[in-house]
Ligand binder design. Sequence first.
Ligand code: PLP
Length: 372
Amino acid sequence: MKANPSPWAIETLYANGVTGFDVASVPEVKIVAEHAPGARMAFMHPVKSRRAISEAYFDYGVRTFALDTHEELAKILDATGGAKDLNLMVRMAVDAEGANFSLSGKFGVDAFHAPALLMATRRATQELMGVSFHVGSQCMRPTAYQAAMAQVSRSLVRAGVFADVVDVGGGFPSVYPGMIPPDMDDYFAAIERGFNEMPVSETTELWCEPGRALVAESTSLLTKVELRKGDALYLNDGSYGSLFDAAHVKWPFPVKLYRGDGEDAHEVEGELKPYRFYGPTCDSLDHMPGPFWLPGDVQEGDYIEIGMMGAYGVAMSSRFNGFGDTETVEVQDAPMASMFGLARRSIPAPKTAQRSNVVRLSRPKGGKRRRK
Ligand SMILES: *Cc1c(COP(=O)(O)O)cnc(C)c1O
């Protein structure tokens, strides 16, 4: 959910066979209940408020909860009135190499404390007891999953328990300039090898929680150039809008230049030069260093399409300094790059790719609309 909680994203995934969602808060639970009625939910945040646990369990039928401490286990049991029908997932810390964002720093029980927690969790439920981990987002190495599964196995063996669920988390990558991951099949093969080596029973379920890989390529952001100062372009969206990752992790999103309005709009091509972007707020942190490669003659009033914005773009934007109104348009177009199908590995997508994709130009928002 956190990669992109837009109703259209949830509805599209649900209509195409994704019937289980990983949620981390009650508002996310409500979005799933409304836009994917009947879908299963797993509350995979290892630290939850008592009220969130109760509301999810009693009002929305959530039965699956994650934990990484004995305290959270006690809290979940207490807030569900000692429920006997819980699926409990122990979030394990794993050292994974090859990811662009670590997701083990904050959550996950370490190998030393894991066996006691696994045993306590096993005793606490007659339903499913599982293990989960997250190798980190944008994981460029398929073998990271297999290595993490081996680490988890050692804890299971030391605890002397079987897991009913092995949840390999998220981390499945998308394609960005300079970051072209191996085929998705290589990830699945590594996970299959890892699973086969785990001490699990024949009925053990294998789960995953992909975020980025499912939604990254669904969206482009169309921004307008308000001013040019040398190689710096001042845009009407930035780090407090959909470009957090471009500013704070210097993520290299692909870009294209357009000129003109309506029927006259056309893509501008030409010899590429490196540019920096500034967002619309007055904060000097609102800076995207790039470099973003665009034709040399960018001018005020031009539009810049920033591709691959479907994951963690829309989801993280704020209304700081009065900016953030956007208009969402659904178009039939190939994504700028894709992990899947004909457009695989292409940046930009080839014109021959006959794909019918839903590409969104930024997020839906109520209130006044600003032309971007
Ligand atoms: C963020 C997150 C995901 C999704 O991660 P991606 O890298 O986007 O695939 C999955 N599970 C958990 C618990 C997360 O926190």
